[in-house]
Ligand binder design. Structure first.
Ligand code: NAP
Length: 273
């Protein structure tokens, strides 16, 4: 029986590659993207349902959750994959720093609004995090909006660290109820990533050599596919962070349960749950 696999950020890059692989494996994939044309094109190619959302506007995340709940009596996998690195500090209409909102708050809100359905379905929630959580984060639970200190790299590293802390806390709160949670680094993947950034980030991903230095979108997508197709407790461990299909090390603060709990509480307050 095909499972229902909802993938955000599936209009391009790693998410689209994973959607193609999971569709080929016989799963029912649900394509969620930001750009209506790109999202529609991937969905049409796969004969899949699609939804459009911009995580820069949390009201759109609430609408997406309502539409998914109306459409799917089961959700077996939720892949919170939408994300990216941006340029100068920008504040969204919701009042939050854009990188934090797109990489963390959007997926946090969506997951919480779908939580009962996910638990009933004994679902897996997968976060596309990054090695940037280790390399670039300077996580300050009292400065989640980068008001005291901001750089695009730090904001991105902090957002990706938040993905891992969210995974740990989801596991802690809901694994006994049947939910599993995992975060992963897909590798340095040749995608449209960093197209909205400036300087080194943009250059690294968008220069003549990039395609040769970076791994393919199919390879990056295969790491998401491996988790979506896997069995928690057998092929992967709930609450863990993976790279290259193996448990991996990340920033030490990611293992601090007090920080994970505080991030959950702060995020809950921010999104008005
Ligand atoms: N590429 C890498 O080397 C790398 C490494 C580590 C982690 N990651 C992570 O992998 C994930 C996928 O990135 P990618 O490399 O596949 O990049 P990508 O090709 O740029 O894909 C990003 C996806 O996220 C969506 N997205 C971006 N901003 C959004 C917003 N405001 N609201 C809703 N959706 C939004 C995009 O939608 P549209 O295209 O429709 O605008 C697209 O589907 C991201 O979380 C990224 O941080 C990537």
């Amino acid at each position: 029986m095909p499972r229902t696999i909802v993938i955000t950020g599936a209009s391009d890059g790693i998410g689209a590659a994973a959607a193609r692989q999971l569709h080929a494996a016989g799963e029912t994939v649900v394509i969620v993207g930001r750009d209506p044309q790109k999202t529609g094109a991937v969905a049409a190619e796969l004969g899949a349902a699609s939804f459009v959302v911009d995580y820069g506007d949390l009201s759109q995340v609430r609408d997406l959750a309502a539409a998914l709940l109306a459409a799917y009596p089961r959700i077996d996998v939720l892949a919170n994959n939408a994300g990216g690195v941006f340029a100068d500090r920008t504040v969204t209409r919701d009042g939050f720093e854009l990188t934090f909102q797109v990489n963390h708050l959007g997926g946090f809100l969506l997951t919480n609004l779908l939580l009962d359905r996910l638990i009933e379905s004994r679902a897996a929630v997968i976060q596309t995090s990054s090695a940037a959580a280790h390399r670039f984060s300077r996580f300050d639970i009292d400065d989640l909006q980068g008001e005291r200190s901001y750089s695009a790299s730090t904001a991105y590293g902090n957002g990706k660290l938040a993905n891992i802390l969210f995974t740990k806390e989801l596991h802690h709160r809901f694994h006994d109820a049947g939910l599993s949670a995992v975060a992963f680094h897909p590798g340095a993947v040749a995608t449209a990533f960093a197209a909205e950034a400036k300087g080194a980030w943009r250059f690294l991903y968008h220069n003549a050599l990039a395609k040769r230095m970076l791994i393919s979108t199919d390879k990056g997508g295969s790491r998401l596919t491996w988790l979506a197709e896997g069995t928690p407790g057998e092929t992967w461990i709930s609450g863990e962070y993976y790279a290259d299909n193996r448990p991996a090390r990340t920033a030490r603060v990611a293992s601090d349960p007090a920080v994970a709990e505080r991030l959950w509480e702060e995020s809950t307050r921010m999104v008005g749950l």
